[in-house]
Ligand binder design. Structure first.
Ligand code: A2P
Length: 278
């Protein structure tokens, strides 16, 4: 199965579907990553805060697929914000992952009350220049945070990874990212945990899924990719993982997209920049 790739502002390309790994522990992540790569995933998303980078690395090695064919993202949380703190943070993450670079390194949360995300970004610029992070980006950033990076630093983030689902659509943030050449990634694209169970039972989605002979999860993930978003669905079930990758042989019609738009709860619901979630 061939997964489209979206160009990044570095010149590299990111596979449009990646395997999310929160809240898997090391053993679960190793199994999920090895199975996922076997099914065709080439993009893996983890974070130091998830506590499973060792497992993700083990899954990669177990898969037998060469490192160069994979796109690996990790994120550094508040502990690694401030001057040069990300250097030790990334080196330790690389040790756990068993690799000498990541394809993408993200600031996990802006934490504006600490006022350290600008100095953290300058450290990220060094890690990028050194080749330890082939691309650098952010997560859970708003336009105000990104404006400040633009004013005070020189590298434009390649990616902003934010919570998006048909309930939480984040239109203003997506428009900002697009206008600045920043690729938007969707975390918890299915609504996350119990949210996913509720969302996927919605009659609007089950109706479209029945008509297209797909699952509600595939309809939701297709909604993301059809709008140019990079999706990171998490599942540890191989049958669901396979479904979540099989998004490129059907299409949602304009009427379907309009029906799904009725599920939006508000344009920018769902984010608190000062709290570190997962
Ligand atoms: P599981 O890991 O048991 O498959 P999100 O990616 O939005 O955070 O959502 C993750 C949740 O959605 C998990 O609870 C996961 O459960 C569930 N999930 C993932 N893929 C599917 C699918 N294809 N169908 C139904 N539920 C899914």
């Amino acid at each position: 199965m061939s997964i489209p790739a979206i160009p990044l502002n570095t010149g590299a390309a990111i596979p449009q579907v990646g395997l999310g790994t929160w809240p898997l522990d090391d053993a679960e992540a190793a199994n999920a990553v090895a199975a996922g790569i076997g099914l065709g995933y080439r993009h893996l998303d983890t974070a130091t805060r998830y506590g499973n980078e060792t497992g993700v690395g083990e899954g990669i090695r177990r898969s037998g697929v060469p490192r160069g064919e994979l796109f690996v993202t990790t994120k550094l949380d508040g502990e690694f914000q401030g001057d040069d703190r990300a250097i030790g943070g990334l080196r330790a993450a690389l040790d756990r992952l068993g690799t000498d670079y990541v394809d993408l390194l993200l600031i996990h949360w802006p934490l504006p009350a600490r006022d350290q995300y600008v100095s953290t970004w300058r450290t990220f610029e060094k890690l990028h220049a050194d080749g330890l992070a082939r691309a650098i980006g952010v997560s859970n950033f708003t336009p105000a945070h990104l404006d400040r990076l633009a004013a005070e630093t020189s590298v434009v983030p390649a990616v902003n990874q934010i919570q998006i689902s048909p309930a939480i659509v984040r239109l203003a943030q997506r428009a900002y990212d697009e206008a600045h050449g920043i690729v938007t990634q969707s975390w918890s694209p299915l609504g996350g945990g119990s949210g996913a169970r509720a969302l996927l039972a919605d009659p609007v989605l089950t109706g479209i899924a029945d008509r297209l002979d797909r699952t509600p999860a595939q309809v939701v993930l297709r909604w993301h990719v059809q709008q140019g978003l990079v999706v990171l669905p998490k599942s540890s079930d191989p049958a669901r993982m396979a479904q979540n990758l099989d998004l490129f042989s059907f299409e949602l019609a304009p009427d379907d997209l309009a029906a799904i738009a009725t599920l939006a709860e508000g344009p920018d619901a769902g984010v608190d920049s000062d709290r570190q979630g997962h």
